[in-house]
Design a protein around this ligand. Structure first.
Ligand SMILES: [Zn+2]
Length: 308
């Protein structure tokens, strides 16, 4: 195993590690394309290969790029969540809690990993849930605490709120699993921390969406070896990727039963367009997203699974 250090233009130092698949340990992936640095329209991040495991279908990078410092510290919560609507997220939290009540036929304790500014938990608390959050980034955690949420400022790896046995009725991983270098280890901890019959809620980007497929095809047609999957060394720092199939397999292998799994339309953030080509690209992206959602290849996966 060889280690190298590289620095991206925003000053973050990255350690390159050659690791096997983070889920099944297999070491024979196929290359999807390159991403970051030279292979980025604005030169963001560090160039790395994006690969897909031939066994469990998880998407990850080779090498895996590990930041020496918390990359989210480079941005304020207002910048990072600039396209998130706080009120909308609170009402999503209420909907998530209401759905859990319907399945469990009770309310109880809810833990959110990577709770950001805590809006989902605020929504759940409005319905009478006892809520807890884990958030690594100082600015985000302070925002959540200011809303009265019980927040532990910690990485998921070191969290004592997560390191429990049978304590929670529901654990939320909303747009968080794709940020973790060790999704399998985290799901094992989630399994242990939930009571038997408890629920995990997960939403992640769909790396096999029509948008991703057409995006990669577009890169090929322009003669580039780039791909549009993941963003391992630039915001929003997605380091592993899922398809409906690979997420299902991961949950089952971690001791969960799938309650429901839906492929949904998501609104991707697209940078301000600066010229006609970019405006055409943006319009095309919106069309592809719409069509993808209609044919069941939307940009997001939303899943509820039961702890067995
Ligand atoms: Zn694998």
């Amino acid at each position: 195993m060889s280690n190298d250090f590289v620095q991206s233009s925003d000053g973050i130092r990255w350690r390159a590690e050659w690791r096997p698949c983070p889920v099944c340990g297999s070491d024979n992936p196929r290359v999807i394309g390159t991403r970051g640095g030279r292979a980025h329209r604005e030169g963001k991040g560090i160039e790395t290969n994006v690969v897909q495991c031939m066994v469990c279908e998880i998407i990850y990078t080779r090498p895996v790029m590990i930041p020496e410092t918390n990359p989210y510290d480079k941005t304020t919560s207002d910048e990072y969540f600039y396209n998130h609507d706080s009120k909308l997220k609170e009402s999503m939290g209420e909907s998530i809690a209401a759905y859990a009540e319907k399945v469990l036929r009770c309310k109880g304790k809810m833990l959110e990993l990577g709770c950001g500014r805590g809006e989902l938990l605020v929504g759940a608390a409005k319905r009478g849930w006892e809520v807890y959050g884990v958030e690594m980034t100082d600015d985000f955690a302070r925002k959540a605490a200011s809303k009265g949420i019980n927040v532990e400022q910690s990485s998921i790896q070191k969290s004592s709120l997560l390191n429990q046995t049978g304590r929670y009725d529901v654990i939320l991983l909303a747009a968080i699993l794709e940020h973790l270098y060790d999704p399998l280890e985290t799901l094992h901890k989630v399994h242990k921390a939930l009571r038997i019959g408890g629920l995990v809620f997960i939403d992640v980007p769909n790396e096999m969406s029509l948008t991703m497929r057409i995006g990669n095809l577009y890169m090929r047609l322009r003669g580039r070896d780039w791909c549009v999957n993941l963003s391992p060394t630039f915001s929003p720092f997605h380091v592993v990727g899922f398809s409906p199939n690979s997420l299902r397999k991961l949950l089952v292998s971690s001791g969960f039963r799938i309650h429901r799994l839906d492929v949904v339309k998501w609104n991707n953030a697209f940078p301000q367009t600066k010229n006609l080509v970019e405006a055409i690209e943006k319009f095309s992206l919106e069309v592809v997203q719409y069509v993808g959602a209609v044919i069941g290849m939307g940009d997001g996966i939303v899943c509820w699974a039961i702890r067995e």
